[in-house]
Design a protein around this ligand. Structure first.
Ligand SMILES: [Zn+2]
Length: 214
C-alpha cells in the first residue's frame, strides 16, 4: 500500500499514521521528521539545510524533494508500503513524486484526504495542552489530565502552544487550504483521491480508512 496523507492541522493525521504503521506495517515518511534528522547530520544536504535554517529562511521545495528521493533510493523497507506525510506540498512536488515512484515501478495507490469542519478543528486545537517537560499531549475535553494543569506522566506543567489560538489557527487553515487545494485537484484527476470524514472520532476514521484500504 502506497499512500499520501493529506489533511489540515487538527484533522488527526498523526493519530491515523500511528495506527496505519501498526496495522498495515506501512513506513511513515514524515518530511518534518526527516528535515529535523538530516539537519543533525554532517552530510552535504545536512550542511545545506543548516545554512538555510541559520538564515531563518524557508526550506526550498526542491530540497525537500531531494530528501524524499534520497529516502526512496536508500530505504528498501519502502517496497513493503509507505505513507507520506507533509509531502507533497505543491503540484510540482506531486509530479516529482510520481516521477520518482514511476522510476521504481511503485505508483501511488491513494491520496487520503482527512476533511473536518473549521469548528471541529478549532475545538481540537484550542483544547490542546502540552507538557513542558515530556511533551505529552492532552485535550481539555477528550483527554484531560487527572489533575488540572499537571502532566499525568511526569507531573510537569501543561501549557497551550502559542499558535493554538483561534486567530492563528484561522490563518494556518487559510494557508493550508490555499496551498493544498491544487494538490487535491491533482489526485482527484488521477482518480486516486479518497475523502475521509474526519469530524468523527479516531475509531470511526479508522473504520472508514480500513474500508478503502482493504
Ligand atoms: Zn510530562
Amino acid at each position: 500500500m502506497r499512500i499520501v496523507l493529506l489533511g489540515p492541522p487538527g484533522a488527526g493525521k498523526g493519530t491515523l499514521a500511528d495506527h496505519l504503521k501498526e496495522k498495515y506495517r506501512l513506513a511513515h515518511i514524515s518530511t518534518g521528521d526527516m528535515l529535523r534528522e538530516e539537519n543533525k547530520k554532517d552530510s552535504p544536504l545536512g550542511r545545506e539545510l543548516k545554512s538555510i535554517m541559520a538564515k531563518g529562511a524557508l526550506v526550498p521545495d526542491e530540497l525537500v524533494t531531494k530528501l524524499v528521493q534520497q529516502r526512496f533510493a536508500t530505504d528498501p523497507n519502502l517496497k513493503k508500503g509507505f505513507m507520506l506525510d507533509g509531502f507533497p506540498r505543491t503540484v510540482n512536488q506531486a509530479q516529482d513524486l510520481d516521477a520518482i515512484l514511476a522510476g521504481l515501478n511503485m505508483p501511488l495507490d491513494f491520496a487520503l484526504n482527512l476533511e473536518a469542519s473549521f469548528k471541529v478543528l478549532l475545538e481540537r486545537l484550542t483544547g490542546r495542552r502540552v507538557c513542558r517537560k515530556c511533551a505529552a499531549l492532552y485535550h481539555m475535553t477528550y483527554k484531560p489530565p487527572v489533575k488540572a494543569g499537571v502532566c499525568d506522566v511526569c507531573a510537569g506543567e501543561l501549557y497551550q502552544r502559542s499558535d493554538d489560538n483561534e486567530k492563528t489557527i484561522q490563518a494556518r487553515m487559510q494557508v493550508y487550504q490555499e496551498s493544498t487545494a491544487p494538490i487535491i485537484d491533482y489526485y482527484a484527476k488521477q482518480g486516486k483521491l479518497k475523502k475521509i470524514d474526519a469530524n468523527v472520532d479516531a475509531p470511526e476514521v479508522r473504520r472508514a480508512v480500513a474500508a478503502i484500504l482493504k
